[in-house]
Design a protein around this ligand. Structure first.
Ligand code: MEZ
Length: 571
């Protein structure tokens, strides 16, 4: 239940609802969409990326001197877990055609396509369990141009517009043209898309879409897709080996500068294992658990940007690593679930963002960065937010309108995940609005790839959220689900093709020594060891005890904190 002090604001929301419902029943927008100038002003004034300390130049590596998100620069200016002389590469522990780092949607698709199209064997090495990934957590849907009034060209234009015309065009073309084929592939594997009475696919709007294009499986879209893909992967144990709780900590190269596998870390036995692979795919997802600018996140527990730092140390270039996506509607209250996703589909179905006076203050379907900035402005500049007991703030998302617009039972049927998420705390979203605030959601930038998922490093492929360029500096809803399917498949296709031809040379970790030298030459002083692997929410005194374990202890500190070695040991 909401605390008593929120009752007055809730009363105002109920009071303004009949007039807003009338508006929503008309064909015109319920609130004027922003002009290009208004959009620019709200972004520059209120988007967290534009805060003074949000970016700083990185002083090592392929993007040296470029301004990146500050926490990303911190992440990249860090030490490896390993030194080249600590690892014996003469007899690798495992050998495979394709090593896939990451057990989310991109990784599963890649393994399946490499097997089906090339008869290629792969190892999927995943930090937690298979499917512990943002792919599993997406709710509202996947975009694909399947309806009669739509086309890949329209989808292309929307994605490019949403990305502020900075997307890599060849990637957007691949995404939008492959989209309808992905819908069929997933349906053939067993995904049950929502359908209309006549059996055709049900499509909805998302922010920034000019046509209804969002396909869904209620609000469990990612869960449905991932369960299906994981089942298919598990059906082929002879071709696809899954290693759980075994994150990669560094890439292995050969003496010709090609990627040749990775060093894995067994989280249970704390041993390192080497994998020699003809081609390697990074499908490690995003970095929400770095809690950039202190924001809560919608991301899963393992989203710590591991692929970025491994690829960067090996010499791969990053793109748009100055751009972070904050989902406009993360939970603000109940605080036990602060930051959790409230799907954009709620606004697509008619939910309206309101300030504490119950007034609409923004068109509900602006692109994400604009919508999020407008919500921050309403709270920070206009004082229109509702404070929570622990000092957060939020605006209302008026969900009861949805049943009023579409008929009783609609919310229960179409948003069961959302309904359950709130009813557990005594909040019935068919009767009361949700309190929301932007939440760190997506890594817009990442490792630069071409439409074959190739990087600058032969043999190194990247797919899904770990890549940069596809979404420009702002991704539209539902394009990440399509992204991990389209580019996961492409990665499997092209990495598989490459694996059939390549002859690897002598294995090496010399790039780690070179990176370490560069850090020293740049004068970087840090105790941070990456990949981070797991975020730590432990208090400092507990962290200190963890770090006093022998050897290369788990880097349990948040990426933003040093490893406390400067404090007296044992204190
Ligand atoms: O693409 C996404 O981020 C997505 C589907 C999220 C959502 O709002 O449901």
């Amino acid at each position: 239940m909401y605390p008593d002090y929120m009752a007055e604001s809730l009363r105002k929301v109920a009071q303004t609802r009949p007039a807003r419902l009338e508006l929503a029943r008309k064909p015109d927008p319920v609130y004027p969409p922003m002009s290009a100038e208004e959009r620019r002003a709200v972004l520059e004034g209120f988007h967290p990326d534009f805060e003074a300390s949000a970016r700083r130049p990185v002083c090592v590596g392929p993007n040296r001197d470029e301004s990146l998100t500050t926490e990303v620069s911190d992440l990249l200016e860090s030490h490896s877990w390993l030194r080249s002389d600590q690892v014996n590469l003469d007899k690798p522990d495992f050998e495979t055609d394709l090593l896939i780092i990451g057990g989310g949607g991109a990784g599963c698709n890649a393994a399946l396509i490499a097997m089906k199209e090339h008869g290629i064997r792969s190892i999927i090495a995943t930090k937690l369990r298979m499917g512990d990934a943002n792919s599993m957590m997406s709710q509202g849907g996947m975009q694909a141009a399947v309806s009669r009034t739509d086309s890949p060209t329209r989808h292309y234009l929307d994605a490019i517009g949403g990305g502020h015309f900075e997307n890599k065009p060849e990637l957007v073309r691949a995404l939008t043209e492959d989209g309808p084929g992905v819908v069929k592939w997933l349906e053939d594997l067993g995904v049950c898309w929502d359908k209309q009475q006549d059996g055709s696919l049900k499509t909805m709007h998302g922010g920034g879409t000019s046509r209804k294009r969002m396909l869904s499986c209620r609000d469990y879209t990612g869960a449905m897709i991932m369960r299906t893909l994981m089942d298919e992967v598990r059906n082929h144990p002879d071709m696809i080996t899954v290693k759980e709780f075994m994150p990669a900590v560094e890439l292995i190269m050969d003496d010709k500068g090609r990627c040749a596998g990775a060093v894995l870390y067994d989280m249970e036995s704390e041993e390192f294992f080497t994998v020699k692979a003809k081609s390697t795919l990074i499908a490690t997802g995003g970095y929400g658990r770095l809690h950039i600018r202190g924001y809560d996140t919608t991301n899963h527990y393992g989203a710590t940007g591991d692929g970025l730092v491994m690829a960067y140390r090996a010499g791969a270039k990053l793109m748009y690593m100055d751009s972070v996506q904050y989902h406009p509607t993360g939970v603000s209250f109940p605080e036990q679930i602060a930051g959790f996703l409230v799907t954009e589909a709620i606004r697509g179905a008619g939910g309206q963002p309101l300030n504490k006076e119950g007034e609409l203050f923004v068109y509900p379907r602006e692109p994400r960065d604009i919508e999020a900035s407008a919500i921050i402005r309403e709270c920070v500049q206009n004082g229109g937010g509702v404070p929570t007991p622990s000092g957060r703030v939020g605006v209302w998302l008026d969900s009861p309108l949805i049943d009023m617009l579409h008929g009783e039972g609609y919310t229960d049927k179409h948003f069961p995940a959302m309904y359950r998420q709130f009813i557990r705390y005594g909040i019935d979203i068919t009767k009361l609005p949700m309190l929301i605030y932007p939440s760190l959601h997506y890594q817009n930038g990442g490792i630069e790839i071409n439409e074959r998922c190739e990087t600058d490093i032969p043999g190194l492929y990247v797919a899904g959220e770990a890549t940069g360029g596809l979404h420009g500096r702002n991704r539209l809803m539902g394009n990440s689900v399509l992204d991990y399917n389209v580019f996961g498949q492409r990665a499997g296709r092209f990495a598989g093709e490459y694996a059939k031809k390549v002859k690897l040379g002598k294995l090496s970790l010399a790039h780690l020594d070179a990176y370490e030298k560069e850090l020293a030459e740049a004068g970087v002083k840090t105790d941070l060891v990456t990949p981070v692997l797991l975020p730590s929410y432990a208090p400092k005194d507990v962290k200190k005890r963890q770090l006093l374990r022998g050897g290369n202890a788990l880097p349990g500190a948040s990426v933003l904190q040093n490893r406390l070695f400067d404090e007296s040991p044992g204190a």
